[in-house]
Design a protein around this ligand. Structure first.
Ligand code: ADP
Ligand code: ASP
Ligand code: MG
Length: 243
């Protein structure tokens, strides 16, 4: 099988968490799967980058800001590839542009269009775990663009769609999708499954757990998403077309 596994910022916040995620990824590869890993920037890195840019300029150029913000994911992708390699499994990190993830040129809120070339496929065929930076792609002008806050989820679903993956797993800091934010409401209920339209409604109302565009793309390409905790075992939530 071909699997996409995405890890959010809190799942990669320090070295120990990166190692835990790397172990999970290697386990999936050892079960005979081709594994593409999508990573977010570690912890609050993106917030820190935004604040550092605003210290330099009150109105930074959108082009430079996007190239700068994309470095957070680049750092975690390299660290993840190093962690996997250190555990004895071949791995390679690719940025959005190295992977060929083409987007429109709308800085800070770009839409994913297609996957160009077959770099990921070639690296998978060579037996490597491929770690791709979330949150970013390349425009037809050749510039790095970002997909909007929370956009690494969209990278994962886009790659699952374009690579014909059998599974798209989103590892995060809650053990699935709830009817309300479980951090704010102690009586929130975890859902075993949720349809694309209901999930889209939650995401558009601001439920951070999935980026709204990732749900749109999943619906369009019929990508089934499994939302799981990085920290606790459990079945998570399947986001899918309901019968
Ligand atoms: P990641 O860094 O893994 O992408 P996010 O912080 O973007 O994680 O999303 C996970 C967070 O989404 C949870 O910590 C939770 O507080 C929040 N959240 C909001 N609404 C919901 C919901 N309905 N179900 C689950 N989590 C939700
Ligand atoms: N690092 C980006 C953000 O903080 C993208 C993501 O985490 O999905 O918004
Ligand atoms: Mg997120």
């Amino acid at each position: 099988m071909r699997i996409v596994q995405k890890f959010g910022g809190s799942s990669l916040a320090d070295g120990e968490r990166i190692h835990r995620a790397a172990e999970r990824v290697i386990r999936a590869a050892q079960e005979g799967n081709q594994v593409v890993v999508v990573v977010s920037a570690q912890g609050d890195t993106t917030d820190h980058l935004i604040s550092a840019a605003s210290d330099i300029s009150a109105a930074p150029s959108k082009r430079e800001l996007d190239s700068y913000l994309a470095t957070g994911e680049q750092m975690s992708a390299c660290l993840m590839a190093m962690a996997i390699q250190a555990m004895g499994h071949p791995a390679i990190s690719l940025t959005g542009w190295q992977a060929g993830l083409m987007t429109d040129g709308n800085y800070g809120d770009a839409r994913v269009l297609r996957l160009s070339g077959d770099r990921i496929g070639r690296e998978l065929a060579a037996g490597k775990i491929v770690v791709v930076t979330g949150f970013q792609g390349v425009s037809s002008a050749g510039d790095i663009v970002t997909l909007g806050r929370g956009g690494s989820d969209t990278t994962a679903v886009a790659l699952a769609a374009f690579l014909g993956a059998d599974k798209c797993q989103i590892y995060t800091d809650v053990d699935g999708v709830y009817d309300r934010d479980p951090r704010k409401f102690s009586d929130a209920v975890r859902l075993d499954t949720i349809g694309y339209d209901d999930m889209l409604r939650l995401a558009r109302q601001g439920a951070q757990v999935l980026h709204d565009r990732c749900v749109e793309l999943a619906k369009e390409h019929d990508v089934k998403i499994q939302v799981l905790s990085s920290f606790r075992p459990g079945p998570g939530t399947m986001v899918t077309a309901l019968p």
